[in-house]
Ligand binder design. Structure first.
Ligand SMILES: [Fe+2]
Length: 61
């Protein structure tokens, strides 16, 4: 398994999820739902950061 390639693919999936949450946020009609979607979107942003960190760690080893 080429792990760096795998992690890069996963980053693209996370970014696609962020975009979908962004679209859902625009359509959301309640503050409670908007807060939940924003929280989920931020979690996906954290996943992108985490995956990028793992790539750097793998490339350094
Ligand atoms: Fe994620």
């Amino acid at each position: 398994m080429e792990w760096v390639t795998f992690l890069k693919v996963m980053i693209e999936d996370e970014k696609a999820a962020i975009q979908k949450y962004g679209l859902a946020l625009e359509a959301a009609d309640s503050e409670e739902l908007k807060r939940a979607l924003e929280r989920l979107m931020h979690e996906e942003e954290f996943h992108v950061d985490f995956l990028e960190q793992e790539i750097r760690r793998l490339q350094a080893s």
